[in-house]
Design a protein. Structure first.
Length: 355
């Protein structure tokens, strides 16, 4: 074969090789437009070292916090509220308020029992209130019920003096709580002794009226239910019983939440918005119920204060219960302070006090 033929064959072969390379390069450009460069030549070690993006995180095993974020957020807030209560010396404040509460409780029962036992037609009301106290107070504190039923033959002057004493002692409970609320929001103490006492007395009266109505509703609910059944008829008695029991306890719980929110709303140097006190009020009411049930179970099955304290065992049990309730109220205030902090309010009030 002549050399010209060899040259032609080699040129044709080179042209064919060049066309293959050009076609390969064009296909590579097209594939680069469709697929990111990092995924064309994926390095397993590089992909393993890279931090996963949001899509990859969703494909991973879900964390427990992503399953129920609200529950974990609530538990975290509750833990912080308890810790802040410890930092703000809420345990000592709860002791002071429990001491004032136990001093208020028995004089109030004395006045209430004497008024109800004065006439025969109101003695049944005394028994109803005693049964209501059995539901409200923890188990093992039957002395309060006996004290209520045995309050007879008291003079009018003694009852009037005891009522004033109860009101004054109840304002002491409120003042202890007000000190705890002020520490929750880190507010300065700008109220004088007289103004603070007057505000505490007004809060006792404002809180006592709805609580009294709720107590009457719970205590006399059976009589109201009997009258309703008498007028409507006994064929609807199971449904009326369930509906009325639900309604009266719902009203009692809502009243408790409203009273605690009222105290939170007015017990600090500047009144707070209602939406900022309702979470803590609801939490305090729920914890109130849980603490009462747990402490009653503890008294009924494990503890016997009469072995150590003798005849004062029931009073000591009531004192411990009131201490726990006061602590619950303060933790609810701390919960509100975490959700709606008022540190700026504290600096404003301090500046106003200096001026």
């Amino acid at each position: 074969m002549p050399p010209l033929c060899f040259a032609y064959l080699r040129l044709a072969d080179s042209w064919r090789t060049l066309r293959i390379k050009l076609l390969t390069a064009e296909l590579a450009k097209i594939s680069q437009r469709r697929t990111p460069r990092s995924h064309m030549h994926a390095n397993p070690q590089r992909l393993q070292d890279e931090a996963p993006g949001p899509t990859l995180r969703l494909l991973e095993t879900p964390d427990d916090s992503t399953l129920s974020p609200l529950v974990f957020r609530f538990l975290n807030l509750l833990r912080r509220a308890v810790w802040r209560a410890f930092q703000h010396d809420a345990f000592a404040i709860a002791k002071a308020s429990a001491y004032s509460s136990i001093l208020t409780f028995f004089p109030t029962l004395l006045v209430l029992g004497s008024v109800l036992q004065a006439r025969r037609n109101t003695q049944a009301f005394s028994r109803e209130i005693s049964d209501a106290l059995t539901r409200i107070l923890p188990a093992g504190t039957s002395t309060a019920q006996a004290y209520l039923r045995g309050s007879t033959g008291r003079s009018l002057s003694l009852l009037f003096t005891t009522a004033l004493l109860s009101l004054w002692l109840a304002s002491g409970v409120m003042i202890s709580w007000m000190e705890g609320f002020r520490r929750c929001y880190e507010l300065p103490k700008i109220w004088g002794l007289v103004k603070e006492r007057l505000i505490a007395l007004s809060l006792v009266i404002l809180a006592g009226v709805p609580l009294s109505c709720a107590t009457i509703l719970v205590a006399f609910g059976n009589r109201i239910e009997t009258r309703i059944l008498f007028h409507i008829g006994h064929e609807f008695s199971p449904y009326i019983y369930l509906m009325w029991m639900f309604i009266r306890w719902l009203i009692a719980i809502c009243t408790s939440v409203a009273v605690i929110a009222l105290i939170y709303h007015n017990a600090v140097p500047r009144t707070q918005p209602w939406h900022s006190v309702l979470p803590g009020a609801g939490l305090a009411t729920c914890m109130w119920f849980v603490v009462t049930m747990a402490f009653g179970f503890y008294l009924q099955h494990y503890a016997d204060y009469s072995v150590i304290y003798g005849s004062l065992g029931a009073a000591i049990a009531l004192l411990v219960w009131m201490y726990l309730i006061s602590l619950v109220i303060l933790i609810g205030a701390e919960f509100n302070a975490i959700l709606f902090p008022r540190s700026l309010l504290g600096s404003e009030l301090a500046a106003g006090a200096v001026k």
